[in-house]
Design a binder for this molecule. Structure first.
Ligand code: B12
Ligand code: SF4
Ligand code: SF4
Length: 343
């Protein structure tokens, strides 16, 4: 039985776009790049990333019983419908459906179970995606899942593009790792030229502190006044650098129902509705199955106020005044007054 063929068949039948085998050797070259990135201050307020660069680049330490990792990509691309109105903000495509952390880990556990049946023995293994102390892009690139575009995202071969999550199943299977995939951006720098905040600072490096994705999701404070206009209508995340990429011009639409907008928050969120959410509990209940809950009520309402200020929808000024009548958080009140001043 050819183990790699079995793994690839099972992974394909579950809907993963691509599947490769990663070695657990330390990621020395990637660690050097990562440390350079940290030293330039590009991790901004993401303290968890600064804590232990050694660990994030030592896959063996993550799961000591493992002997290799099955590295997969899962497409999440869906078409964006026209906006329902001016008082709606855009959601980045990766978050329009159900929370991918839950979906992907469950699918990887299914992969493990099916492999156990085929191999006729239990596997020691663990599934990871995103919130794991591993530099997933460096790991995926080294394992041949795709190549690193200048926007830093992994671009898959055969026009798979970059609208793909990365996830890993670490197991005790001894398998020969795959080779690095050789792809290139060539002379292109469309992503860097179009980025609204010039966050792609040189070819292949993102200064997270400037990235709309960071500002709207990870950032715990206010959005700097001078950057607010650049957010445009992005209320959660940003896809601009991916939209212009030549490798994403005919992206495969995801076959996974879990990532369809109908099951999640969709491509557009009603900003006036967001302003009506008065407590963290209500916010949590509303977004419990969505990645959009990450910035919490405070972060999401901050974003909504910036987008309202940028788009100035009819009726928005009244909504903001009503909001200011009861809101006590000084950061949110400052954003609300800024938004009002845009009318
Ligand atoms: C922190 C983080 C962010 C930050 C910082 C992003 C960044 N570019 O660094 C912010 C909040 C801005 C962000 C935004 C987004 N993110 Co994010 N994010 C992460 C997270 C948690 C860690 C990334 C990290 O450590 N960056 C640090 C820097 C140094 O990494 P890097 O620039 O890629 O450099 C590495 C490699 O490129 C390589 N490398 C670069 N140059 C060189 C040179 C040499 C010689 C070598 C050997 C290696 C090398 O080595 C470096 C170190 O390993 C990962 C999940 C994870 N656990 O890894 C998801 C992850 C990267 N994010 C993801 C996604 C989907 C996004 C968004 C598209 C979401 C959105 N639509 O809003 C945006 C894209 C913005 C962008 N252009 O990057 C996906 C990317 C999937 C893919 N196809 O690549 C990931 C992998 C999550 C997942 N499991 O699917 N993200
Ligand atoms: S996600 Fe948006 S802000 Fe961030 S690098 Fe890409 S285009 Fe720039
Ligand atoms: S837009 Fe151009 S430079 Fe940027 S990732 Fe795509 S191919 Fe590379």
């Amino acid at each position: 039985m050819n183990l790699k063929v079995v793994i690839s068949e099972v992974s394909e039948s579950l809907g993963f776009a691509r599947c490769v085998i990663g070695s657990l050797e330390p990621m020395e070259a990637e660690r050097a790049e990562f440390e350079r990135w940290l030293a330039r201050g590009y991790a901004a307020g993401m303290e968890y990333l600064k804590r232990n660069p050694h660990f994030r680049t030592s896959p063996q330490l993550l799961y000591p019983s493992a002997r290799s990792a099955i590295v997969v990509s899962a497409g999440y691309y869906t078409e964006v419908p026209p906006s329902p109105g001016d008082h709606y903000g855009r959601v980045a495509r990766y978050a329009v459906g159900l929370d991918y952390h839950v979906v992907l880990r469950a699918k990887l556990r299914e992969l493990k179970t099916q492999l156990e049946t085929k191999l006729g023995r239990p596997l020691i293994g663990k599934a990871y995606t995103d919130d794991v102390a591993l530099l997933e892009q460096g790991f995926a690139a080294r394992s041949g899942l795709g190549f690193t575009g200048k926007h830093t995202l992994i671009i898959g071969p055969k026009m798979l593009g970059s609208y793909n999550f990365i996830a890993e199943l670490f197991t005790d299977l001894e398998i020969e790792p795959d080779e690095k995939y050789q792809g290139t951006c060539g002379q292109c720098f469309r992503c860097g030229n179009i980025c609204p905040t010039k966050a792609i600072v040189d070819s292949g490096t993102v200064d997270a502190g400037l990235c709309i994705s960071y500002l709207t999701i990870e950032n715990k404070g206010g959005i700097p006044v001078e950057m607010r206009k650049s957010l445009g209508d992005w209320v959660f995340g940003c896809d601009v650098c991916q939209e212009v990429c030549p490798y994403n011009q005919r992206p495969p639409v995801t076959q996974w129902k879990e990532f369809q907008p109908e099951l999640g928050v969709g491509h557009h969120i009603d900003l006036f509705d967001l302003l009506e959410i008065k407590t963290d509990e209500t916010f949590h209940e509303r977004f419990v199955r969505s990645a959009v809950r990450r910035p919490k009520r405070r972060g999401m309402l901050r974003n909504a106020l910036v987008v309202i200020g940028n788009k100035r929808p009819a009726g928005g000024a009244d909504k903001i005044r009503q909001f200011l009548d009861y809101e006590e958080d000084p950061m949110l009140c400052e954003h609300a007054k800024w938004a009002l001043a845009q009318y």
